[in-house]
Design a protein around this ligand. Structure first.
Ligand code: ARG
Length: 568
């Protein structure tokens, strides 16, 4: 913030390239030392003087010819510290936010670039697992962040709807399907069928052959088999939709692994043509030993294609047919090797773009109250149940806090689900996360409900103060010139840089941590200031600041995929 202006200011006196100057500018650790600092150590050679002398001389020159956004420059040791002109900066930032509204922080860095985001990618006939929640929410937030930076974003749900397990499910259904109604909890029933197949196949290994034959029939397009498989997909999607609705997430495309079943042959041909395919123990592989990786399996000895084969076809399709410039995969850290292999094979095929335009965005495991939610032996905690419980807990808290609230159910849903989403997004995505009921729903902690509550609190303040958003900024902003206000304004002014960092790092936690800081400073301001008292002109200044904070908090909630409410 204001680095550009400082660079302009310094250019008049220091002979360095713009980029060199920008690179040197720092933010002082202590706020009382100034808002920006320029270290003079590198100039010692150019001026043939000690850095502290250079700083002192520069201070004199600069102060005699200051740009209006600066108040003064002070030499401290070898540093030249700059203080911003509070009134000018406050007016500047608040006017910018008021004018931009919900578009504040947007940029056009991604203009003309298409991004395919592989996110959620749940598996048909399996429970919506907790790592899919992470993929869904992290992916959704990254999609929103990239969208705000001008990218054309395509959100793709790469459904796990293909592979030998479907042969097993089909055989299981033919044997015991009549015992299940596949209505309520249909995915649970499908999972039971699958588990039953595995138990039974231990006693009767010939069932494995039946399953292989069933999958072969599916691959060959046998009508009855295909009909059954489609039904499994429909049933599963109907259930997943409920979760997506709760999470408020939509996709641009549902393109499952099966979509690529007729596109893998071409990949194999291309691999063979380029001399990359080798046979090893009857299987087709691409050797990656030169890159310190195990071989990438393309086709098993029994003729079945694999996950990696489908991902190769998928990447090529996204690039060639969908026109994606950037391929982002939001998938758990346990698949790191898989993606390294796939990207390397693409590169070896001559698709050099894969080395820089294919990006695996990994994330850690999520635990609930310290426990792993595993699907081993069919003993599963369903995500939808976790979400419902969060809504219930939120409803209890709201009943206690604000029993007269008119739209309690709606608010409970937004707050309960928001608690889970925010808890998921606030830590660096590569870390494991632990969801602790009591912490995540705490309205005073670093939580989604805290942010949503702060947003509602400001909304109510603006209503009470009869704030009109389109009014002209007052001529002076002296009523918001105190230290807390100054910290808040500067933080709000930094929002565009925060989005820039979140985009670069593909990490929504950058936004989540930032919005917590904004809420904390705003609440400090709120608790120490009588905002609705004093002259009307002063009240308007204070409400202008509050409104800017509300705009930024609302935007962060939106980017992270949480709902904001006027009243909680
Ligand atoms: N369905 C997979 C799973 O549940 C995730 C798929 C990720 N996307 C991909 N293109 N491989 O583990």
């Amino acid at each position: 913030m204001y680095r550009q202006q400082l660079m302009e200011q310094l250019k008049r006196f220091v002979e360095l390239e713009d980029s060199q100057l920008l690179g040197l500018i720092e933010i002082p650790k202590e706020e009382s030392h100034g808002d920006l600092a320029f270290p003079c150590f590198q100039l010692a050679k150019q001026f043939r003087k000690a850095p502290n002398l250079i700083a002192a001389e520069l201070a004199d020159k600069v102060n005699a010819d200051l740009l209006p956004v600066f108040e003064k420059a002070v030499a401290v040791g070898g540093y030249l510290n700059f203080f911003l002109n509070r009134d000018a900066v406050i007016r500047d930032i608040l006017a910018t936010i008021a004018k931009a509204g919900n578009t504040y922080g947007n940029s056009s860095v991604g203009r003309g670039q298409k991004v395919a985001i592989d996110m959620s990618s749940v598996n048909i006939a399996k429970p919506f697992a907790i790592h899919h929640l992470r993929s869904t929410m992290i992916g959704n937030a990254i999609a929103n962040i990239l969208d705000s930076q001008g990218y054309h974003v395509m959100k793709i749900n790469h459904l796990g709807d293909w592979g030998t397990s479907f042969g097993k499910l089909i055989v299981a259904y033919r044997n015991w399907g009549h015992e299940y109604d596949l209505k309520d909890n249909a995915v649970r029933q499908l999972l039971e069928l699958y588990v039953r197949f595995n138990q039974e196949a231990e006693k009767r290994p010939e069932m494995e052959d039946e399953a292989r034959a069933a999958f072969k029939a599916l691959e060959d397009g046998d009508e009855e088999t295909v009909r059954l498989w489609k039904r499994f997909i429909e049933i599963s999607l109907a259930e997943f939709e409920k979760t997506y609705r709760l999470l408020n997430v939509e996709f641009d495309y549902y393109l499952g692994e099966s979509f690529y079943s007729d596109k893998m042959g071409a990949v194999e041909e291309e691999l063979a043509e380029k001399g990359l395919l080798q046979t090893s123990e009857g299987a087709e592989i691409v050797d990656l030993s030169a890159f310190d990786m195990p071989p990438c399996l393309i086709r098993k000895s029994d003729g079945a294609t694999l996950y990696a084969t489908r991902d190769l076809a998928t990447a090529l399709y996204r690039r060639r047919e969908m026109g994606a410039d950037l391929l982002v995969y939001v998938v758990g850290a346990e698949q790191k090797l898989h993606f390294r292999q796939v990207f390397k094979v693409l590169e070896l095929m001559g698709h050099e773009w894969a080395a820089k335009d294919c990006i695996h965005v990994p994330f850690g495991t999520m635990f609930v109250d310290g426990q792993r939610l595993s699907s081993r032996k069919g003993q599963v905690v369903f995500l939808e149940d976790v979400l419902r419980k969060a809504v219930e807990v939120a409803a209890g808290i709201i009943e206690e806090k604000n029993p007269a609230l008119p739209n309690k159910e709606e608010v409970a849903e937004a707050v309960g689900v928001g608690a889970i989403i925010f808890n998921d997004l606030k830590n660096n995505r590569v870390n494991d996360v632990n969801f602790v009921w009591a912490e995540a729903l705490n309205f005073d902690g670093e939580t989604g409900p805290y942010v949503q509550y702060t947003y509602a609190r400001i909304s109510s303040l603006l209503r009470k103060g009869d704030y009109q958003p389109d009014q002209k900024l007052p001529d002076t902003m002296s009523a918001v010139g105190g230290d807390v206000e100054w910290s808040l304004v500067k933080l709000l002014g930094r929002f565009p840089n925060v989005l820039d960092r979140a985009r670069e790092q593909y990490d929504p936690s950058v936004v989540a941590k930032y919005v917590i800081d904004v809420c904390q400073i705003f609440n400090r301001y709120y608790n120490t200031t009588r905002i609705l008292e004093g002259e009307r002109n002063e009240i308007v200044q204070k409400l202008t600041l509050a409104s800017a904070a509300r705009t930024v908090i609302g935007k962060c909630l939106h980017l992270l995929g949480l709902r904001s409410m006027e009243t909680i």
